[in-house]
Design a protein around this ligand. Structure first.
Ligand code: ZN
Ligand code: ZN
Length: 415
């Protein structure tokens, strides 16, 4: 009998993660309200977050729980017409709260394959309705009107997907350990470790911003892609300053530096280097061709139908809203684990995202109107889906406006 496999999730590291989520992630301010969303599977962790939030001086903390079983009940028994609806009243309420200064914290820990065996047209319709309803709240989040954070907690279905050979207890413990390592709460003073990590990411963004490249060129097996960068684009990574002045770490973990591509200046072909887990479906071996910024050809060895539905969401879904650089030596990449979760997997490799861009990835982005952003090459869409194109075999060059080529990455590492 393997006694260690019945050991529970490390309570010290779990408490540290809750502490880091509130202090470094959201950096909740005294008197500030907080809206938390979490799966019921993360109940105990979410309670620690709420406790830490009130200890940090929170005004009102409101928690909204989701439940995988309740979601499945809708697909099994819900009327067909209901799949074009979403809780617009809830998102309008959240948008109102953000407008009044509330911060946002999302705990992720759902079963990545929850909807994989449900009717995909219903999944697509429900996602679309949800994206539309979510828009007023999401704009305030992606535009950094407020400070926000996403953090993860292991759910048993997620753990079993990652560690199929293990029993449930052991799988959950392994996933918890992987989350703790990736989230940098393995050390005694996790808050100091995060300050150092933010400093290292800032050095990279300063170097890239100093060069103000007009495009990046990715080359490797199955990939020869030129990604034009938006006019007056700005590289971000690690901590971000929200419009309310609070410096937050929106993602825990995070290893990426990222900016806004030019929605009309992307050309060539690119292949995914890791599977994409999208709302309960796996999409593998994506290969697409861009012309004038738009995807004109898309293939996948698995999930091609889902991919094409995603691309048909709206006019901006075939164009890029983000390009991000992550070294192959990043801790998440070196763990060799596929998390089936973008929060982790996007930090294992350089990636691009289809859909909506971030206004914060422009110089003075907070002052730009939607029209200004579009004129500079920023993309607009209901979706934002990251997928991995980096590996230890990819070279990246920066192209300056006068055509000079400067090595940025060689074989997946900073040049
Ligand atoms: Zn990213
Ligand atoms: Zn992204």
């Amino acid at each position: 009998m393997d006694i260690s496999s019945s050991a529970p999730i490390d309570p010290v590291k779990l408490e540290r993660l809750a502490d880091v989520a509130v202090k470094i992630g959201v950096r909740l301010q005294p008197g500030q309200d907080l809206i938390v969303t979490a799966p019921v599977a993360a109940l105990s962790f979410t309670r620690r977050i709420v406790e830490n939030a009130y200890k940090a001086g929170a005004g009102l903390v409101s928690v909204f729980y989701s439940d995988d079983e309740a979601t499945l009940a809708r697909y099994r028994h819900g009327s067909d017409s209901g799949f074009d609806r979403a809780e617009d009243w809830l998102y309008e309420g959240m948008a109102k709260a953000f407008g009044n200064g509330a911060a946002r914290l999302a705990v992720r820990g759902d079963d990545p394959m929850l909807l994989s065996s449900q009717e995909q047209s219903k999944v697509a319709r429900a996602n679309r309705a949800n994206s539309i309803a979510y828009r007023p709240a999401l704009e305030k989040i992606t535009g950094f009107d407020i400070n926000w954070n996403i953090v993860a907690y292991p759910n048993s279905a997620w753990a079993k997907l990652m560690f199929p050979q293990d029993d449930e207890t052991s799988a959950v413990r392994k996933l918890a350990d992987a989350i703790f390592a990736a989230s940098r709460v393995d050390t005694d003073d996790a808050v100091i470790a995060w300050d150092a990590h933010n400093g290292a990411l800032r050095k990279r963004t300063e170097w890239l911003n100093g060069h103000a490249f007009s495009a990046l060129h990715f080359k490797g097996p199955g990939t020869d892609l030129t990604v034009g960068l938006a006019d007056t684009h700005k590289w971000n990574g690690g901590a971000e300053t929200a419009k309310n002045g609070v410096i937050c770490n929106p993602n825990i973990p995070t290893e990426e530096v990222f900016t806004t591509p030019h929605a009309r200046r992307v050309d060539g072909h690119v292949s995914s280097t890791k599977p994409l887990s999208y709302q309960g479906s796996l999409i593998e071996d994506i290969s697409v061709r861009f012309e004038g910024g738009q995807i004109v050809e898309a293939k996948a060895s698995r999930g091609e139908e889902v991919l094409n539905k995603v691309l048909d969401t709206d006019a901006g879904a075939r164009r890029l809203g983000e390009v991000a650089l992550v070294p192959h030596s990043s801790p998440i990449s070196q763990s060799g684990l596929l998390f089936y979760n973008t929060l982790f997997d996007e930090n294992a490799a350089s990636h691009i995202a289809l859909g909506q861009c971030y206004s914060t990835c422009f110089v003075d982005g907070g002052r730009l109107s939607q029209d200004d952003i579009a004129a500079k090459g920023g993309n607009k869409s209901l979706i934002h889906i990251d997928w991995m194109i980096g590996s230890g075999k990819i070279d990246v060059d920066g192209l300056t406006a006068n055509g000079t080529r400067i090595p940025v990455m060689r074989k997946g590492e900073w040049a």
